[in-house]
Design a protein around this ligand. Structure first.
Ligand code: SF4
Ligand code: SF4
Length: 347
């Protein structure tokens, strides 16, 4: 049995939906985060795979029935991705090939100046997954699979083995129907509705939406704020900071929010959280991720997910840490009635 088939079986036994192989050649000419040798100098190939996330928990999260169920499932699936890629690295080592897992998230190139803000990954799981046909880019720039959408988590193992590369997904198999609900579900306004950007890997060009500001996503995805631009719904963050248009202005508001965040009372809606090395002293909560989890690769299901989010209400936090989900107007009224010193921490 070929090594590629053994790898595929190994990963599918551990829950992988799809498996693909990329090589130095098939990733050639890509951005720095497509360079396998950064992770393992003797690398020749990378193995990419995708794991599903729990859909019931996603819907409970989007509709604001439960914050912690999806947060925990998301973290667990990340851990599973990292453990599975490590197990595969050990299997390949035993077969005689130097190999290394790529941790699922929050590992950055810390030698890059300003990495705390730009967060350059050691290796982009997305680039390896798109080039090897594990999935394709959706308009959001997330990787998805037909029938699953982008509500998946990727994993990667880099190896010195010379694997036979698999090609990108044919365009007609792409899960994305350009509904643009990922754009509407993003409170930071990160994605352009019409403009594209692209990346070329091994001579193949992939396109997705142009980004307006990565800082906006860090602001929202970090959990510091979460009110939608029309004020009618929010993420799971009680922050109500307005996101200004200019990058300099945004940075000022962002730094203000980061300084206030540790003074927010401890949430009483369940334990959770993670530490991002870019802000190592602070425990962050998963409060967004909408662009990724809203898209299920099926027009009707994605539309229903967006409807749930839009009707989910707004989150506020009481002085004792209690998290309340209220209709937008009621949330705004309750928030205005809070003590000014408490309110100031959220705007
Ligand atoms: S939400 Fe719609 S536009 Fe966005 S990635 Fe999914 S299918 Fe594509
Ligand atoms: S995680 Fe949230 S804020 Fe960040 S790009 Fe996705 S939807 Fe926008």
């Amino acid at each position: 049995m070929s090594l590629e088939i053994q790898i595929e079986e190994f990963l599918k036994e551990r829950g992988a939906l799809k498996v693909g192989f990329a090589t130095l050649d098939s990733l050639a000419g890509g951005p720095p985060s497509a360079d396998l040798t950064y992770v393992l100098p003797e690398a020749r190939s990378a193995v990419s795979f995708a794991l599903p996330m729990d859909r019931d928990k996603i819907r409970a999260y989007l509709s604001k029935q439960s914050h912690v169920a999806h947060e925990a499932d998301n973290f667990d699936t990340n851990v599973r991705s990292s453990r599975t890629s490590k197990a595969l690295a050990l299997f390949l080592e035993e077969s005689g090939f130097a190999s290394k897992r790529v941790v699922s998230n929050t590992v950055y190139r810390t030698e890059v100046e300003g990495w705390e803000l730009s967060m350059p990954p050691d290796l982009s799981h997305r680039y390896v997954a798109a080039r090897s046909g594990v999935g394709s880019f959706g308009w959001s720039g997330n990787i998805g699979i037909r029938g699953y959408g982008s509500a998946i988590l990727l994993g990667t193992t880099v190896t010195a083995a010379e694997l036979v590369p698999t090609g990108p997904e044919p365009a007609e198999e792409c899960f994305c129907d350009m509904c643009k609900r990922c754009v509407k579900a993003c409170p930071s306004g990160m994605f352009s509705l019409d403009e594209e950007m692209s990346v070329t890997l091994g001579g193949v060009t992939f396109t997705f939406s142009a980004r307006s500001s990565y800082l906006g996503c860090q602001f929202v995805c970090g959990g510091f704020t979460g009110l939608s631009r029309d004020g009618k719904w929010s993420t799971w963050s009680p922050g109500r900071f307005e996101l200004p248009d200019g990058e300099d202005e945004m940075m000022k508001v962002f730094l203000d929010a980061v300084a206030k965040y540790p003074r927010w009372p401890k949430r009483t809606d369940g334990d959770g959280g993670y530490v991002n090395p870019a802000l190592a002293e602070t425990s962050l909560r998963l409060t967004c991720g909408n662009c990724q989890i809203i898209c299920w690769g099926d027009h009707k299901l994605t539309r229903e997910n967006y409807r749930m989010l839009k009707r989910s209400g707004c989150v506020i936090q009481r002085e004792n840490g209690d998290i309340e989900v209220l209709p937008a107007r009621e949330a705004a009224r309750e928030f205005s009635a809070m003590k000014p010193e408490h309110r100031r921490m959220y705007l």
